[in-house]
Design a protein around this ligand. Structure first.
Ligand code: FDA
Length: 280
């Protein structure tokens, strides 16, 4: 039953199913970043399987012409098995993506992985220009990380942060998080960096629109991003207004941790699930 309701947030069990949804988004002028679901894998075999799925995905993306990128979690590439191991696996992925001109973004996971994720990103960034990273506005450290990325002109997706973190590590108050989010986005834009504004929050979206009104050239650097299954009408509306819009499109069988984060984020998502269960 859960699997049935998870369909709202997950675009399919395999790449072909996900790409049908990517095509439909594209018809609404919404680009996609595809994510093969999976995280915290604990065996080299699981890492090999994830890499093989990304290989399959790159092949299919390059046959579509939808300009899709991909998003990837380092714990899916064995970060728990060792930093060097994970770095070599990410390199394999990037070597497959580069000849096909496919942009790869490293998702950001919980704070125990932040420094290692940034270190791996930095070690590969100069070799692979089509590599980007995510920074989470709720972390106390993120303004500094944004300054570093701005100095390197490294593409950054800014999100609030989806993991439960203690107050020693992360801001807890929504207004403080929004305020740090805005500071990060503005400093990245000022430095000429490519920024993905990942949020469903109207306040941040309206703020970004007013920023682009003030500085129209920043529109070349900024794209809006939302999660598959959420706020499709709003995404469509932004795309229709001429803003670059991208959906994060996850697919695969290991959907539960992703799904669980979506439920924790917003009570309306839980209501949706409960409604689905009752209707069933
Ligand atoms: P939030 O949940 O904070 O809600 C704020 C307000 O926005 C609400 O009160 C409401 O007004 C409005 N709103 C929110 N959702 C709505 C909806 N569905 N319908 C109508 N109104 C809504 N996290 C992470 O830790 N690492 C990562 O790599 C990523 N990657 C990522 C990619 C993309 C494309 C997105 C959109 C998000 C992520 N995230 C993420 C998740 C992110 O950190 C965050 O947890 C969620 O986006 C929720 O925060 P929001 O700012 O979207 O709205």
């Amino acid at each position: 039953m859960l699997e049935f309701v998870a369909k709202r947030f997950v675009a399919g069990q395999n790449a072909d199913q996900a790409l049908i949804n990517v095509a439909s988004l594209y018809e609404d002028s919404i680009l996609s970043t595809l994510d093969v679901l999976g995280e915290n894998v604990s065996s080299e075999g699981d890492v090999a399987q994830a890499i093989s799925e990304y290989r399959n995905l790159f092949e299919k993306i390059s046959n579509t012409g939808f300009q899709s990128s991909v998003s990837i979690k380092l714990t899916q590439l064995g970060l728990d098995l060792g930093q060097e191991f994970c770095q070599s696996k990410l390199r394999e992925i990037l070597e497959m993506a580069a000849p096909k001109n496919i942009f790869v973004r490293i998702d950001m996971e919980s704070s125990e992985y932040t420094q290692r994720t940034i270190d791996i990103f930095l070690s590969l960034r100069s070799e692979f220009p089509l590599l980007g990273i995510v920074l989470q506005a709720y972390l106390h450290r993120s303004l500094k990380d944004a300054q570093l990325m701005a100095s390197l002109n490294a593409p950054v997706r800014v999100c609030k942060g989806a993991y439960k973190e203690p107050s020693s590590v992360a801001l807890q108050n929504m207004e403080d998080i929004r305020s740090q989010y805005k500071k990060m986005v503005e400093l990245l834009l000022v430095s000429g960096t490519q920024v993905a504004l990942a949020t469903h929050d109207d306040e941040l979206i309206e703020w970004a629109k007013s920023l682009l009104k003030r500085e129209p050239l920043w529109a070349q650097q900024l794209e809006f991003q939302m999660l598959y299954g959420l706020r499709r009408q709003k995404a469509k509306e932004l795309a229709r207004m001429g803003y670059r819009m991208r959906a994060y499109v996850p697919y695969g069988k290991s959907w539960f941790p992703y799904f669980y984060r979506r439920l924790r984020e917003r009570k309306e998502n839980i209501l949706f699930v409960l409604k689905g269960m009752v209707q069933d």
